[in-house]
Design a protein around this ligand. Structure first.
Ligand code: MG
Length: 391
């Protein structure tokens, strides 16, 4: 198996919505195709993936550094000697040639798009859904009874109101979601608490509602929200403060009795190890949201899980950030706690394809080979356009 070409295109996210820090109207995502010399169904076997959501497309890093390194590499050096197929870890290692350690920023997302495309390619080579390939690679059995899923919505909209929020969350409940997440930190505390109470009313209990501050708060704000939310029995309180401020995170875990979630902005296993060492994490409740699509791909994500488990945090407490098909297959393949969904938000990447079934809080992945991205309306068209660029 040889890589014959790699292409990237920046695809705009659709949605003029806002959390407490970011407006997504100008966000983009890198869609990547890795083409090989293996023939399948009359054409070259090609892996497709993207770099999750929320960190912009990374075409510059890919085109100027990572893709040239891969195309110039000794083809055999990229293969798993035991299979003769591309090795995600070796491909990742090649993309990182001549890169200094540490400082895990945008390049982590760039590398992840390529590494994840290799997983899609391997699953297509096996003619099976990606969760089956992932499970086998890590010595596990894929989840077959459905994957717990929550609807991540409750963003701040232009002309927002409590009624609009209630209507949105009622729609999620009607579609089969039992847990939702809404944003906080974009309004004064009393108005945010009113939003949370409206969500609890719609869902029927605090344990079905998570809140996400997206790292917005300083110490005083984070503690004030912790006090205001503490009695509501929420599913979790997500990213109250800066994701790298482990000392403050520790202080918050001592002040807030419920679960605190974080990790979506940690891009390396060393960062996760530091969170566990210094962040006051409570192994019996806290939630980890690292996202393979933002953090060098599944190879690095698996190292993060190893670090978690070495500190007695069960993988059922891993709920990766990023509600899309790639993470659905990763969660199902690795037996994690559950996944996020962005129903009707962040198209064409957010949400699942029509062959995924949702019922009673569980989503069942489809059986298309790979991540099944081609079957997702809108995304399939973007993939078809990208494939036309390949030789
Ligand atoms: Mg979040």
């Amino acid at each position: 198996m040889r890589i014959t070409d790699i292409r990237e295109v920046a695809v705009p996210l659709r949605g003029d919505i806002t959390n407490s820090v970011v407006n997504f109207a100008e966000h983009t995502v890198s869609l990547v195709a890795v083409q090989t010399d293996v023939r399948r169904d009359g054409g070259p076997l090609t892996g497709i993936a993207f770099n999750s959501i929320g960190r912009h497309a990374q075409g510059g890093i890919l085109r100027e550094r990572m893709i040239p390194r891969l195309l110039a590499a000794d083809p055999d050096a990229l293969l798993d000697p035991s299979t003769g197929l591309l090795s995600p870890a070796r491909v990742l290692g090649c993309t990182m040639r001549d890169e200094k350690p540490g400082g895990h920023g945008d390049r982590a997302a760039a590398a992840s798009a390529v590494e994840l495309a290799v997983w899609d390619l391997l699953a297509k080579h096996n003619d099976e859904p990606a969760h089956a390939t992932i499970a086998r690679a890590f010595g596990r059995r894929p989840m077959t009874g459905g994957v717990p899923v929550y609807a991540a919505g409750g963003y701040y909209h232009p002309d927002d109101s409590l009624d609009r929020l209630r209507d949105e969350l009622t729609g999620y409940a009607d579609r089969g979601y039992r847990t939702v997440k809404i944003k906080i930190g974009g309004m004064p505390l009393p108005e945010d608490v009113a939003r949370v109470e409206a969500a609890i009313e719609v869902i029927g209990g605090g344990d079905g509602v998570a809140v996400d501050a997206n790292g917005r708060f300083d110490r005083d704000q984070a503690l004030a929200y912790a006090a205001a939310l503490a009695g509501l029995g929420l599913r979790w309180y997500e990213e109250p403060a800066d994701p790298l401020d482990y000392a403050l995170h520790k202080e918050l875990t001592e002040a807030y009795p419920g679960a605190i979630a974080t990790g979506e902005n940690l891009f390396s296993f060393q960062d996760v190890r530091n969170l566990l060492a210094y962040g006051g994490v409570r192994p019996d409740r806290d939630i980890f949201q690292m996202d393979a699509g933002l953090s060098y791909g599944l190879t690095e994500y698996a190292r993060m899980l190893d670090v978690m488990e070495s500190r007695d945090v069960d993988r059922s407490q891993a709920f990766p950030h990023g509600g899309h098909l790639i993470n659905l297959h990763i969660v199902a393949g690795l037996g994690l706690g559950g996944c996020e969904s962005y129903p009707g938000v962040f198209e064409p990447f957010g949400g699942y394809s029509p062959d995924c079934r949702l019922s009673d809080g569980l989503v069942h992945p489809g059986q298309a080979p790979g991540f099944g991205l081609e079957a997702k309306p809108g995304l399939g068209d973007e993939i078809a356009n990208l494939l036309k660029e390949l030789g």
